[in-house]
Design a protein around this ligand. Structure first.
Ligand SMILES: [Zn+2]
Length: 96
């Protein structure tokens, strides 16, 4: 009986620790791949194993574009832009 009670308390605890490790791993792994770590951690948290499975699918699927484009160029004037630029610094055109 003592063993049974121990297991009943131990399993949720182990599961909780495991889930925590998975969440931290998903977060860090996603961040290191320029993915939204916080978003994926939330998805895995709510969907559990399904979320983790989804993450692994997305993570390992070949990316159609390189992770980091080397340069962006203004479509209007050809100015080389920062990756996160909202406006072209030369001609002021709004960018996607
Ligand atoms: Zn421009």
């Amino acid at each position: 009986m003592g063993l049974f009670v121990g297991l009943v308390f131990l399993f949720p605890l182990l599961w909780f620790i495991l889930a925590l490790f998975i969440l931290v791993w998903v977060y860090q792994d996603a961040q290191s791949r320029n993915m939204n770590g916080a978003l994926w951690a939330v998805i895995v948290f709510f969907l559990s194993v399904i979320g983790l499975f989804l993450y692994l699918l997305v993570r390992d699927s070949p990316h159609p574009l390189p992770a980091k484009p080397i340069t962006r160029v203004c479509p209007k004037c050809g100015q080389v832009l920062d990756e996160d630029a909202k406006y072209c610094p030369r001609c002021g055109r709004a960018l996607e």
